[in-house]
Design a binder for this molecule. Sequence first.
Ligand SMILES: C[S@@+](CC[C@H](N)C(=O)[O-])C[C@H]1O[C@@H](n2cnc3c(N)ncnc32)[C@H](O)[C@@H]1O
Length: 277
Amino acid sequence: MFTLKRSRPADAAATPDTTAGGGPLPRDQLRFFPRNDGPHPTRWAFPAWLDNPGVRWLQALKELYAMPIAFPASLSPEAGLMLHGLIRNLQPRVIVEVGSFCSVSTHWMAAALREAGRTPGAGTPDGAEIHCFDDFGPIHKGPWRDAEMLEGRLEFVKERLEKAGLIDFVRFHKGLSWETLPTARDDLARLGGVDFAFIDGDHSVPGATADFHAVEPVLNTGGYVLLHDTFPEQCGGHMGPRHILDHADTIGQGRYEQVELYLSPLNYGMGLMRRIG
Ligand SMILES: C[S@@+](CC[C@H](N)C(=O)[O-])C[C@H]1O[C@@H](n2cnc3c(N)ncnc32)[C@H](O)[C@@H]1O
């Protein structure tokens, strides 16, 4: 079984003196920073303890994770649980998801709304909805992915969410996010603004920054932005999400506080930003 390696006190000789001052240490020198040094997994393992035959969405999600197409671009079950837990606790009314892929992350969020007692549709006091922005284009084979889906992704995603009993929580915006997000902004504002934005689409610096800027004008104060794949040295060199965290003072105009989250079994990383101004 794949396990993350962490720096331990036994590595003390290699551990920098954190009492000496001098500013933040590089990530890989932190005493507690999980790295992907073991054999690379080839699929996500759905935890046996979540395999509850009485819960429709968990059964549908288990099936989705078993499909080769879901690896490695979908959130791992452990990362999905973190997202699920955040949504269950924060209970956002309007969620934006940039980058739905095969809808694994959408499942985790929509199920969290359902389990938190929210009803589909942000128009009612108990309501909530997720706006998914994705090109829903072809998926090609790639590193660690020996599967493809050349057409029909949006139909596939709708079928999966239907099967999970979650589709009523979801609104779809098919197309390039730098076009569809600005177009949807007025509608999102009319719904009362966005409480939670999960940005996991274009991972280039211009792409991720454009997504952040596109959603930011309608993000409520107190609202959250969650970035995925924030440790480029662990997740294939994608620089966009990292760039936003590292330049939050300018990109976010000093209006955000942030924390970095570690992920398992591959520490691709997440960054959670909260708008406080
Ligand atoms: C890493 S995957 C998202 C994974 C998903 N959040 C999950 O955990 O299940 C990135 C997705 O963003 C989409 N994407 C990338 N750039 C995009 C863009 N500029 N506009 C819309 N979608 C984009 C890709 O097609 C892909 O579906």
